[in-house]
Each structure stands twice: as structure tokens, then as C-alpha cells.
Write a protein that binds this ligand. Structure first.
Ligand code: XMP
Length: 326
């Protein structure tokens, strides 16, 4: 990460016109910096790396090589969306790596949250590094660093960043949105034509569903979590809560309770809904979801997701609960 200071008089990018001017300026700057050399980018599909990818595709086209590592802990449809948009629509140089088995095999039997995070972070670096070393002629590394990352790089959130890169990677950095705040990155992303859903995506931890499939991850419980989470997102989209709630997801603990289905005993995991509002993620309040919506979500998850037999709503604010369960 380059140490950069945002000029005090820099105008905030709030409109499509200002975004377009910023894009033109950055396209020229990137072309001047990169020349005819190649640039590598780890494209997670999150807001920041997606906006950087779209910006760089506009600036240097196929000189950009995007690597998307699917660690098997993505939400439903996310890797597919990356392939669809960046591989097909924007016709970029995209390398897709399905490393699901590598990650899940390493995580098998590991229940301790910080160890899980470490394994995921280290393996991500390894996979990315392996892909990078297969490529020749890369001179630059692009990163979706944004201004709050620079401000917080010594702060409490530093441990959250997964996918830091090996120190021996000798690339010069290209960080075209490093002076922007999150809201500005979003305005720029929309001006670049990225889908609204991608640009306004809620925050998603680097270790992904790994920290929501509580305890030691198993493939069947991870699958149940992914499906239940997709239903929650669909229902929030349908009733408009997706536009107003800051972060919402499902966590699935590793214990079962007794239930009954089709007249028979049915043991299953509970799906725990979390839906919180916050400005800085340091503290958070609970969204008042209408009961009718909770009933619909419960009915759908228990009927459609194999292995889940109860749905619970976590009413705990932060503090005392953290937003994630691990
Ligand atoms: P907590 O659980 O600490 O979460 O209240 C605060 C915010 O940080 C996100 N979070 C993470 N993000 N890697 C990340 O990139 C992580 O390991 C991680 N853990 C939590 C969480 O989703 C919430 O938005």
C-alpha cells in the first residue's frame, strides 16, 4: 500500500459527471504509469477490486490480467457473476481458479476461528502467488486500496485483511482509487457501467462464509449455509430491506436439534439470521424486520434447504455481540 494523503481541497465525487472526470483523469494516469507493460490484479468481486478492474480494463484493456480465486467460501452466485461480467461482458483477461478443494481440505477439522482465518489468508496468498508465477512479463500489481484502508492500516481492522500479498513480490503498485472514500468508489463504479448490485454490495469478510459456517467446516453444512443465505438475500431484495440494511447474512452453528418433517424425526442445524445497521462497524444496532418477512424467510429456508430445521433471529447489538459470529 502506498502512503498517500488526500489533498484537503479534493472535491468529493458525488455525481456521474464528477465520476466521469475522475475516470478520464485516472485512465490517463494509469496509461502514463503503465505504458505497454502488464498489470496483475486479484479480483475478489468485492466493490473495490471490481471498480479497479473496470477502470483498468477501460485504460489498458488486455494488458490487465485479473485473477479470481474461488476459495469455495463465496456466497451463492458470486464467482459466476465475476466470470459473467469481467470474463464475458467486459471481455477481460480473466484467470479463474477454482481452489475450493484446496481450501476445504485444509480447513477440515479446524474449529478455532483465528486458525481458520489464518489458513484461508495464507492459502489465498499461496494460490495467487502460484498463478502469478505462471505468468510472464508482469510489471505492476493493481490493488483496490481505498482511502479508509490507508487511514486504518495501523488500526484495529488491519487483522481483517485477507489476501495481503507476499513480501517478496517485486511489483510496482497501481492503486487508482486510493484517494477515494467508499461512497465515491461506488459512484465511480456505476459510472463505469458495473451492475448496481455489485457496486452497492454489502460488506463481505475476506474469509467469506468460512467465518459463518461456525466451528469446523463441513461441505454439507457449508452448502446449507450458502443456500439459506441466498434465500435471505432474495427475500431482502423482494421487500426492499436490501436497500436499507447495512449487512445481513446467515450463520450456521455446528450443532443439531430435533425437529419433525413429513411426520418423521428430522435432526437439523439452525440457521441464524443477522441483520445489522452501523456506520463504521465498530458498533451496530439490530434491524426491526417485520414478522411477516421473518415468517416467509423461515418457511422458505426450512422447506428448501436440506439440513436446516429451525430459523433464529439474533437480536444482539454490537457491543456486546460482534457482527460476525467468529
Ligand atoms: P465484527 O465481527 O468484528 O465485524 O463486528 C465488523 C465488520 O468486519 C467484517 N469482518 C471481516 N472482514 N475479514 C474481513 O475482511 C475478516 O476476517 C472479518 N471479520 C469481520 C464484518 O463482516 C463486519 O462488516
Amino acid at each position: 500500500m502506498n502512503k498517500i494523503v488526500r489533498p484537503e481541497n479534493m472535491q468529493r465525487i458525488t455525481t456521474p459527471e464528477l465520476a466521469k472526470a475522475f475516470i478520464e483523469e485516472q485512465v490517463a494516469a494509469v496509461r502514463a504509469q503503465v505504458g505497454d507493460k502488464k498489470v496483475l490484479l486479484a479480483l475478489s468481486g468485492g466493490v473495490d477490486s471490481s471498480v479497479v478492474a473496470a477502470l483498468l480494463i477501460k485504460a489498458i484493456g488486455k494488458q490487465l490480467v485479473c485473477v479470481h480465486v474461488n476459495h469455495g467460501l463465496m456466497r451463492k452466485g458470486e464467482s459466476e457473476q465475476v466470470i459473467e461480467i469481467f470474463g464475458k461482458e467486459l471481455d477481460s483477461n480473466l484467470i479463474y481458479v477454482d481452489a475450493t478443494d484446496r481450501f476445504l481440505n485444509l480447513l477440515a477439522g479446524v474449529a478455532e476461528p483465528e486458525r481458520k482465518r489464518k489458513i484461508i489468508g495464507n492459502e489465498f496468498i499461496k494460490v495467487f502467488d502460484e498463478e502469478a508465477s505462471k505468468l510472464s512479463g508482469i510489471s505492476f500489481l493493481a490493488q483496490g486500496t481505498i482511502y479508509p484502508d490507508i487511514l486504518e492500516s495501523d488500526g484495529v481492522k488491519a487483522h481483517h485483511n485477507v489476501g495481503g500479498l507476499p513480501e517478496d513480490m517485486q511489483f510496482a503498485l497501481v492503486e487508482p482509487v486510493a484517494l477515494l472514500y467508499k461512497d465515491e468508489v461506488r459512484v465511480v463504479g456505476e459510472a463505469l457501467g458495473l451492475p448496481h448490485g455489485m457496486v452497492y454490495r454489502q460488506p463481505f469478510p475476506g474469509p467469506g462464509l468460512g467465518v459463518r459456517c461456525l466451528g469446523a467446516i463441513t461441505r454439507d453444512r457449508l452448502h446449507a449455509l450458502r443456500e439459506a443465505d441466498a434465500i435471505l438475500r432474495e427475500e431482502f431484495d423482494r421487500c426492499g430491506l436490501a436497500e436499507s440494511v447495512w449487512q445481513y447474512f446467515i450463520a450456521v452453528p455446528d450443532f443439531k436439534s430435533v425437529g419433525v418433517k413429513d411426520g418423521k424425526r428430522y435432526e437439523g442445524w439452525p440457521a441464524i439470521i443477522r441483520a445489522v445497521n452501523t456506520t463504521d462497524a465498530m458498533s451496530a444496532t439490530i434491524e426491526e424486520i417485520p414478522y411477516s418477512v421473518l415468517h416467509t424467510i423461515t418457511d422458505r429456508i426450512t422447506a428448501e434447504v436440506p439440513g436446516i430445521n429451525r430459523v433464529l433471529y439474533d437480536l444482539t447489538p454490537k457491543p456486546i455481540g460482534t457482527i460476525e459470529w467468529e
